[in-house]
Write a protein that binds this ligand. Sequence first.
Ligand code: PMH
Length: 368
Amino acid sequence: MSQQHYRPTFIKVNLQAIQNNIKRLKETLPTHTGVIAVVKANGYGHGDVAVAQAALKAGSKILAVATPEEALHLREAGIQADILLLGTTPLSFLEEASKQNITLTAYSYEWLIATRDIQGPLKLHIKIDSGMGRIGFMDETELKMALAFIRQSEGLQITGVFTHFATADEEDQTLFQQQVSKFEKLLNVFEQRPAIVHTSNSAAALIYPDQHWNAVRFGISMYGIAPSPWINGELPFSLEKALSLHTEVAHVKKVLKGSTIGYGATYVAPTDEWIATIPIGYADGLLRKLHNQSVLINGKKMPIVGRICMDQTMIRLDEKVEIGEKVVLIGKQETEEILIEEWAEALQTIPYEVCCTFSNRVPRIYSK
Ligand code: PMH
């Protein structure tokens, strides 16, 4: 980050951890299987360009994004690697996709025939909907029509085919196995198998070696986070967390017993006590539902007290600390650690969503 930061609130992203996670995964994969680095949603909140560069360094050959804007953001940063746009693509983007060598997902016959005026070349990965119910070809007839259309279109070129699993992170494999069978069945419709066949997300990449085809799409676990508690217990190697969230104590005061803290005066000091104010709030992603969480100061857990404000939050201290004392909200300090999974639980959501809710106001600082 070149911009000067005055507020000491930041996300630290350990790019070496990202590279290590990819390298360790590659060690478990057959040599012909590549790693597609999923850097959509600003690299799951970690910063798309920096993560993409780290992933390419670690041997990924393809980057995956969700939107045209995300693809162009990588190109504008000078990244020349193959980019696959996983989502639906508005027709208004086709020409630019062709110019910028961005591979698109072909997900329905209707969408495909609407591309007929495009000069190309336009690279496509065919998406099979094997049970996710989101986008993709669901039956042989529509897929055959699509392949016939592509064959007679000069500008269109199939470079890949893929599907996405809905339950690969769950212990019950029933739907997963059904999806595998359906994908294999629809793969037989292709006269010539496309160069890149990929089905696995992190969960499947980590625990189903027979599903690797010749590429896997590595998202959440590239960032060092297990896709689910079940997968966390089945990991073939330990993941290195890339993200930690930091700030510093900005203000410290002693309040008297009975003093109130924050909006709604929901916290009333039970005794005389030390209260710190930290410069981070719900506008940064420290959402109000996290009011029962703690932060780490001096290697100890200290509780948030009162309601979290937009930009500031109050912490009950066990003793006076100095202004500027380091605060860790997610990550390690001395022997203590706060996991992103703890935030996810408090928010009744998954770590994926927590990563994506850190706002742009929080600078991402990269360590190599
Ligand atoms: N491939 C596709 C098509 C995806 O949508 C995702 C994640 C991934 C790969 C990577 O999955 P992983 O992070 O589990 O490795 N997509 C989403 C999503 O749409 N909502 O949550 C995760």
